[in-house]
Design a protein around this ligand. Structure first.
Ligand code: NAI
Ligand code: ENO
Length: 367
């Protein structure tokens, strides 16, 4: 496709979408705007955008596709501005926000009937922020929720899917309320709990410094998302607060239940508590990216000798296999350690496994 695409908010998500659109539609012209001039400059230097725009108005009025990718409460202010601009006749406006209720309400209240607004939520990302973390493959295999208005034609929805086809995501059309309820359960509430767990550990670490030293392994795994951008999450939890308030009530009941069975030392009930969680967790699909995307992990036995890890990373680099994370799970002097390498794509993990096995490393897909 060709035309002018205007990305507002040149962060992780806006930058990654710019890359996927340019990759799929090389004739499209990508215009970018951000309140932070530094982000515009970085996006331009990294060739993530073709043209820098000095005001929101300027970009909006020349665009065929407008993508709002700022924190969700900022988007609401931008929607108000959009309602007073002269936009192109066939423009499509979409957003990338993690909540859909507020923006969809504003779209139906503010925008003229002829303007197409289709809510969007690429359900993949990371705890990192900023355009320098943008990646063309970020949304691959992830779900990409669309929430069209009732009045939106299926042709317009298809046109937006065409624009976004380079993301290689699975599109899912959802009702706004359903979207906010589901993402509340599987994404927003887990972020609240992760932050709560870390805050709890911090309070205890003030009493005993060994807590910080030993807060590794599983603790780091379940709390990775507590390193997410606080400002972005402030907006998300404010927007989805009614669902979150209900979930907090349910959670308190869950905790009250485990508190009672522990107090009573009811072994059967304690086993049931863990069993129920394990059964459901083990039944979840492993290869699809959910709201909190999994990375494709590969475990490698490594000898505790100088240069062992560098040897592995240089093998991968020579084959241009990119990794998203490295973590030493176990390393004791003179013994084998286990290195966990995370990849963004299953395909990269498979290539790495073949390569490392060929070079006599022992690898596993599960720890
Ligand atoms: N980070 C993630 O993993 C995901 C985030 N989202 C959603 O996507 C949106 C963007 O998130 P990220 O890219 O992660 O955040 P980010 O913090 O990396 O980027 C947001 C950018 O918006 C800019 N900005 C803020 N207010 C602005 C305004 N009024 N006008 C122009 N630019 C403005 C900021 O300067 C920043 O560069 C958020 O609504 C978030 O809820 C959706 C899926 C995943
Ligand atoms: O860091 C992670 O894994 C995330 O949870 C990414 C994420 C953040 C916000 C979303 O709306 C969807 C996905």
């Amino acid at each position: 496709m060709s035309g002018n695409v205007f990305i507002v908010g040149l962060g992780l998500i806006g930058g990654s979408l710019a890359l996927t659109i340019k990759n799929q539609h090389p004739h499209a012209k990508i215009y970018g705007y951000d309140v932070k001039q530094s982000e515009i400059e970085t996006a331009s230097a990294l060739n993530i955008i073709d043209e820098k725009v000095t005001s929101f108005h300027e970009g909006a009025e020349l665009a065929d596709l407008i993508i709002l990718s700022t924190p969700v409460l900022e988007m609401e202010k931008l929607m108000k501005q959009l309602s007073s601009l002269t936009l192109k006749e066939n423009v499509i406006i979409t957003d990338t926000g993690s909540t859909k209720g507020g923006i969809m309400q504003l779209a139906s209240k503010l925008l003229q009937k002829e303007v197409t607004f289709i809510g969007g939520h690429p359900m993949a990302g990371s705890h990192k922020a900023g355009v320098e973390s943008a990646k063309v493959h970020l949304f691959e295999n992830a779900f990409y929720v669309l929430t069209p208005q009732l009045s939106t034609s299926s042709e317009k929805v298809e046109e937006l899917k065409d624009w976004l086809s380079g993301a290689n995501s699975h599109f899912l059309v959802l009702d706004t309320e359903e979207h906010d309820y589901i993402t509340g359960v599987v994404s927003h509430f887990p972020h609240v709990i992760a932050a709560g767990l870390v805050n709890l550990a911090k309070k205890n670490a003030d009493k005993n410094p060994l807590i910080s030293l030993l807060a590794a392994g599983g603790f780091r795994d379940v709390t990775r998302i507590a390193s997410s951008n606080p400002n972005m999450w402030k907006d998300i939890v404010k927007q989805n607060r009614l669902n979150l308030l209900d979930l907090i009530e349910d959670w308190m009941m869950e905790m009250r239940n485990i508190q009672n069975v522990l107090a009573e030392e009811d072994e059967h009930a304690i086993i049931r508590f863990f069993e129920e969680a394990k059964e459901f967790r083990d039944s979840l699909p492993v290869h699809s990216k959910g709201a909190i995307p999994s990375y494709y992990d590969l475990y490698v036995d490594v000898k505790d000798v100088p240069g062992a890890i560098a040897g592995i990373t240089s093998l991968l680099a020579k084959q241009s296999i990119s990794i998203t994370n490295l973590h030493i799970l176990e390393s004791r002097e003179g013994l084998l350690g286990v290195l966990r390498i995370s990849f963004q794509k299953d395909e990269d993990r498979s290539k790495a496994q073949v390569l490392l096995n060929h070079n006599n490393f022992k690898t596993y897909e599960a720890a």
